[in-house]
Design a protein around this ligand. Structure first.
Ligand SMILES: [Zn+2]
Length: 134
């Protein structure tokens, strides 16, 4: 669902592209970057980190969200990913933990696309299901 480009979405995409350069992916050579934006406008980045065991590897989206949380930002609203691809199932679950209305921003063929998480992970299981105590 392409929408007009906004400066905020452009900045988020640029941050994801820059984060991709920091990826540690010696086994697949498939590098990725992500950036999340909090509602107060801060941007937090993450990159893919592979481990030889693979099972402990983390996606760029997870790294970006962890970066936001460790910096005190939990009110997250948007995530950009580079290169353009939809988040894996685990990353969609990470996103719903912080906002079931997250928006995923991708750039394909020069157009910025905004995809609601509610469409990427319908009927999600998350905090709204368990009602956490804090
Ligand atoms: Zn993932």
């Amino acid at each position: 669902m392409p929408e007009p480009q906004s400066d905020a979405d452009r900045a988020l995409l640029d941050a994801a592209r820059n984060a991709e350069k920091q990826s540690y992916a010696p086994y697949t050579n498939t590098t990725t970057g992500a950036a999340v934006r909090s509602r107060d406008g801060r941007i937090f980045t993450g990159c893919k980190i592979e481990l030889a065991s693979f099972i402990g590897s983390i996606c760029a989206e997870q790294a970006a969200i962890a970066n936001a949380v460790v910096n005190g930002a939990r009110d997250l609203e948007a995530l950009a990913f580079y290169p353009a691809a939809f988040p894996c199932g685990t990353c969609r679950q990470w996103m719903v933990e912080f906002n079931p209305d997250f928006v995923v921003i991708l750039e394909r063929d020069g157009a910025i696309e905004r995809h609601p998480l509610s469409q990427l992970l319908p009927n999600s299981f998350g905090p709204h299901t368990l009602k956490p105590t804090r």
